[in-house]
Design a protein. Structure first.
Ligand code: OGA
Ligand code: MN
Length: 296
């Protein structure tokens, strides 16, 4: 089989999402297939694979073929309450017995933070590179995932804003992003574990050389700026970067697997009927270095 990638919607604005065919993710990939996928990620930023009915082990084998993974240290569930291995992020509304969690469950309320535009693990010193999300079971409506192209958003800034943003350093923390939704129910240990980390606002992709805006709901400050001024500025940038012309909305089908490059995109979950099962599992490649090492 040959890996083929075509734009999801060549006439529309979804030019940064590619649809991949000719690959079976239940089997080990050849070196050529791995390289084709990396090349596709460089070109698009989001890749969509349909009809991939994989289990956790197959998802891990596929993911590790692309690079080293991070572990789910950003999850709020206690280890004894986890449903799946620490090598995968549990992006579901299920408890360890496979039951839908109640509406006011702490894990669910924390997870609602995924509905804010973000880049995965930007709250870790070494953030995420690719995220790989597999849809195992989905609600019968809603629950899309939206992606925004941060290269296009950067390119569309005026020159003065590009110059101003170029060397800015932001502080990122899950405490900030959850605070936006009024979730403040953190233990002292969580506050220590998720203390703010530093990330560049403008970063350069090591393979393509393209610049992108490294925004995320986790960003709650800019070094050297008063907090309200920083947050107002970041809000403006987020509004600019998530205009519909920069956005691809993915409507899930069971067996879909979507992979995105967190260096060049943001994403967010959309709401759905919380009484229905939504079982998604994410593996995440580590960026291996901080964004601080990816200056323009
Ligand atoms: C994620 C995420 C969005 C969704 O898996 O990192 O933000 O739609 N998911 O579940
Ligand atoms: Mn995410």
């Amino acid at each position: 089989m040959t890996v083929t990638i075509k734009p999801v919607d060549p006439v529309g604005r979804a030019f940064f999402a590619g649809e991949v065919s000719g690959v079976d993710l239940t089997r080990p990939l050849s070196a050529a297939e791995v390289e084709a996928i990396h090349a596709g990620m460089d070109r698009y930023g989001v890749l969509v694979f349909h009809g991939q009915k994989i289990d956790d082990e197959q998802q891990l084998v596929f993911s590790r073929a692309l690079g080293p993974l991070e572990t789910a240290t950003g999850d709020i569930a206690a280890p004894e309450d986890r449903r799946i291995s620490m090598d995968l992020n549990d992006i579901s509304n299920l408890d360890k017995h496979g039951k839908v969690v109640p509406r006011d469950d702490r894990r669910r309320l924390f997870g609602l933070g995924n509905q804010l535009w973000h880049s995965d693990s930007s709250f870790k010193e070494v953030p995420a590179k690719y995220s790989i999300l597999s849809a195992r079971q989905i609600p019968n409506a809603d629950g899309n995932t939206e992606f925004a192209d941060m290269r296009a958003a950067y390119d569309a800034l005026d020159d003065a804003t590009k110059a101003e943003a170029r060397d800015m350093i932001c502080a990122h923390s899950q405490i900030f992003s959850r605070g936006i939704l009024g979730f403040t129910d953190f233990t002292d240990a969580e506050r220590v574990k998720w203390a703010p980390v530093r990330q560049r606002l403008v970063r350069k992709h090591p393979r393509t050389g393209r610049l992108s805006l490294y925004l995320s709901s986790h960003a709650g400050g800019i070094e050297g700026w008063p907090v309200p001024e920083a947050r107002a500025f970041l809000r403006d940038l987020n509004e600019h970067a998530t205009q519909r012309k920069f956005v691809y909305a993915h409507r899930w089908a069971p067996g879909d697997l979507v992979m995105w490059d967190n260096r060049v995109t943001m994403h967010r979950a959309r709401r759905y009927d919380h009484t229905q099962v939504r079982d998604m599992r994410r593996t995440t490649l580590t960026n291996e270095v901080s964004s601080l090492e990816q200056a323009p």
